[in-house]
Design a binder for this molecule. Structure first.
Ligand SMILES: Cc1cc2nc3c(=O)[nH]c(=O)nc-3n(C[C@H](O)[C@H](O)[C@H](O)COP(=O)(O)OP(=O)(O)OC[C@H]3O[C@@H](n4cnc5c(N)ncnc54)[C@H](O)[C@@H]3O)c2cc1C
Length: 381
């Protein structure tokens, strides 16, 4: 006889761990299944940090961020642990950059506290950075980062305290969906539940194909680089903002980064990477060419670190949708199956609210939070 639960969640990354927490808070019997060890390095959620911000090019994300920050604070209180580190954030780039333009418009229409800083003033306030003469610089004081692996582990710790069961190193090999329940076969036995949550990251497309749903998800191989700051506090989170450089007209991609904290090194990376059809094709060995390309950007805009040694480089996966908006929705053919996928390299900051939204959708049929951009039907329009 299969062990039975109220809900089975596939994938214990940022989204699945958060979902487990919010379902367990609603007194659901939760089984969370993870194919690798918890907090492994082969997906999208491992690591020191992920940028959190209000400054977005779409007003919907600004609204969602307003609902998200309080949930991170509540989670920190429940855990008695800091997850969010406030550093302030700068978005900068040439005056004609459309994404920067839309970001400024969204924080203004969203009534978010911000400053547009002149280049000369910005060089005084942020001496670590070099801005082009025609650059615009948007400063938002609440930006910062979330401690990524700590947040995943924190959601799971609280979910387990509420009775949730995590089985890691347990691969889901088959899903069969019945009229109002699901049966899941794994490398460690079979399980049944009334509801299923698929938060399988870059593996979601192949899993969901089995359920008759073909989502347009690409796997991007992205490289993170942590530049050594040689112990200088100049590039630390106490004195340096997180940043997004809207310079895709000058470099292969937008770049972003996070100051060093707890000796992590100064994070710098391109927003994106080469596409692959499935994670099994990914080579996790970092590329020296990527570091050289990043140094090109640093020479222009963060010259003090351009020749710094690399403390660490790592590969991480984006699961990209064609419009770079998330998928947070019910399965079009099975209302008792909900999906969180395609977070396109910018989902972590929202993971705690995505977890809540998935539990709302599964248990209430709808969520009070702004999910207008996240519907699956947009791909069939
Ligand atoms: C380089 C990089 C930088 C980023 N920077 C930011 C940032 O600054 N700010 C931000 O907000 N976001 C950022 N993101 C995005 C963010 O990290 C992701 O959106 C988020 O981590 C996605 O979480 P996930 O749970 O969907 O995926 P994952 O963490 O990959 O979780 C999916 C899990 O499902 C498991 N799984 C899959 N198939 C099966 C199966 N058959 N059986 C059992 N388990 C299975 C996988 O092993 C995996 O652990 C970044 C991402 C990357 C890669």
């Amino acid at each position: 006889m299969n062990q039975t639960f109220d809900v089975i969640i596939i994938g214990a990354g940022a989204m699945g761990s958060a979902a487990a927490y919010y379902f367990s808070r609603r007194k659901q019997r939760v089984l969370l299944l993870e194919q690798f060890e918890l907090d492994h390095r082969r997906g999208s959620s491992y690591g020191y940090s992920r940028i959190i911000r209000y400054s977005y090019d779409y007003p919907e994300y600004v609204e969602l961020a307003k609902d998200t920050f309080p949930l991170w604070f509540a989670l920190e209180n429940s855990l008695g642990e800091q997850l969010y580190v406030k550093t302030g954030g700068i978005d900068f780039g040439p005056a004609d950059d459309e994404m920067l333009d839309a970001t400024i418009a969204s924080v203004q229409s969203g009534m978010i506290e911000h400053e547009l800083i002149a280049v000369e003033e910005a060089h005084k306030r942020f001496p670590q950075y070099r801005f082009g003469e025609d650059f615009r610089i948007l400063y938002q004081p609440d930006s910062g980062f979330v401690k990524a692996s700590s947040a995943v582990r924190g959601h799971i710790l609280l979910a387990r305290q509420n009775g949730a069961i995590l089985k890691d190193n347990t691969v889901v090999s088959d899903i069969s969906i019945n009229r109002d329940s699901v049966d899941v076969s794994t490398s460690a036995g079979s399980y049944s539940a009334g509801k299923l949550v698929v938060t399988a990251g870059s593996w979601a497309r192949s899993l969901l194909l089995e359920t008759g749903l073909n989502l347009p998800l690409a796997v991007l191989r992205c490289q993170l680089n942590f530049m050594s700051t040689s112990g200088s506090s100049h590039y630390d989170s106490d004195s340096c903002p997180v940043w997004i450089a809207h310079v895709s007209s000058l470099f292969p991609e937008t770049l972003y980064g996070i100051p060093s904290h707890d000796g992590s090194g100064f994070k710098v990376a391109f927003h994106g990477g080469p596409p692959h059809r499935r994670p099994s094709e990914i080579d996790y060995n970092p590329d020296p060419e990527n570091v050289e390309a990043v140094r090109g950007f640093l020479r222009s805009h963060i010259p003090g670190l351009a020749e710094a040694p690399v403390r660490e480089s790592r590969i991480c996966l984006y699961t990209q949708t064609p419009d770079e908006h998330f998928i947070v929705d019910r399965h079009p053919h099975h209302a008792h199956v909900v999906i969180g996928a395609g977070f396109s390299g910018h989902g972590f900051k929202f993971s705690t609210i995505i977890g809540k939204m998935l539990s709302d959708l599964a248990l209430d049929g709808a969520t009070p939070h702004n999910d207008r951009l996240f519907k699956i039907r947009r791909f069939s329009a």
